[in-house]
Design a protein around this ligand. Structure first.
Ligand SMILES: Nc1ncnc2c1ncn2[C@@H]1O[C@H](COP(=O)(O)OP(=O)(O)OP(=O)(O)O)[C@@H](O)[C@H]1O
Ligand SMILES: [Mg+2]
Length: 309
């Protein structure tokens, strides 16, 4: 039998493989990476996935990047901080009202360890779900002590060291309220997904000025480390215009990988799966793996810059 080619796409064609065989090889390269595990960051990276604009791919990017890092050997935790509970759905984590969730963690009723569940998608992937109870949290938190610090305090839990968590992704709701502020205080990095469409940049100014406010008053360490272009449709000129505009404006912060608009990506959560599990050979899965590799590589570069490699 011919051994699997190292570059599945081109080698498959040379060997006269059928599209199905090529897809199978691509799927294998996603689920069983030959190059082994991705490099671990020198310290835990906590990324808040935020954009107050709705439907830009925050949740989709959170779960698929987290799954890609987990499949590539890195222990990854997703915090679902949106009362819609979409990240919990996509990772097939129970999030009926009353389930120990991020709501109980924020109000101090349960510990992070009690609320975290392991995802079936990978033994390296954990999720703290969100239930509808979180909808009231924005208001309930207002009168609580250290209301902006609650998630940060929860993340200092020893359980993260015990598990050896390398990456935490916090999926924010589409607003700039107290939940998103908690996420920005708890993180070192903000990852902003930007949808490749006309109004993409509208509202970004407001997001950036909120980030500056948090930097100035609550979390000096915070920076916008990563911008991910999502739902790119190569058939439209507009997608390229938006891509160029975002790259001109934000430079190297923007990942080289762009996530294409793909039906598979949008179908996966309906099956309680990430696109990596739903269709690992698809363009959507491959692009999320590529984006995750870039993120992990940046983690190494940060390590080198800080001189602790
Ligand atoms: N690359 C993609 N291709 C096709 N559909 C996508 C893609 N990314 C996201 N979608 C779909 O777009 C919709 C919005 O995505 P998603 O829920 O990730 O956005 P969001 O920013 O988390 O939304 P919200 O602001 O409501 O939390 C979903 O139906 C999702 O399945
Ligand atoms: Mg969402």
């Amino acid at each position: 039998m011919t051994p699997p080619p190292s570059d599945p796409a081109s080698a498959g064609q040379e060997l006269g493989w059928t599209p199905i065989a090529e897809e199978a090889v691509r799927a294998a390269s996603v689920l069983h990476p030959k190059e082994g595990a991705l490099p671990r960051p020198n310290r835990r990276r906590v990324l808040t996935v935020a954009n107050q604009k709705g439907g830009v791919g925050k949740t989709t990017s959170t779960v698929n990047l987290a799954a890609a890092l987990a499949v590539h050997g890195l222990k990854t935790l997703v915090i679902d901080l949106d009362p819609q509970g979409n990240a919990s759905t996509a990772l097939d984590i129970d999030h009926r009202s009353g389930t120990p969730s991020i709501y109980e963690v924020l109000i101090g009723e349960v510990s992070l360890a009690e609320a975290a569940a392991q995802s079936e998608q990978s033994p390296n992937l954990y999720c703290v779900p969100a239930t509808i109870d979180l909808a009231g949290a924005e208001i309930e938190l207002v009168s609580m002590a250290s209301r902006e610090m609650r998630l940060k305090e929860a993340l200092s839990s020893e359980i993260l060291d015990e598990i050896g968590v390398d990456y935490v992704f916090i999926d924010c709701p589409p607003s700039l309220g107290l939940l998103t502020v908690n996420a920005m205080v708890a993180a070192q990095e903000v990852l902003i997904p930007i949808q490749c469409e006309y109004y993409a940049l509208e509202g970004l100014g407001q997001l950036l000025s909120n980030i500056e406010l948090v930097q100035a008053h609550l979390n000096r360490e915070l920076s916008v480390s990563t911008i991910l272009l999502t739902m790119y449709d190569g058939r439209t000129k507009l997608a390229d215009q938006v891509t160029n505009e975002v790259r001109n404006h934000f430079g190297d912060t923007v990942l080289k990988t762009v996530i294409p608009r793909s039906v598979k990506v949008s179908e996966a959560p309906g099956y309680g799966q990430t696109v990596l599990a739903y269709d690992p050979g698809s363009r959507g899965a491959m692009s999320y793996v590529d984006a995750a590799k870039e993120i992990a590589q940046r983690g190494v570069e940060m390590k080198e810059r800080s001189g602790t490699a």
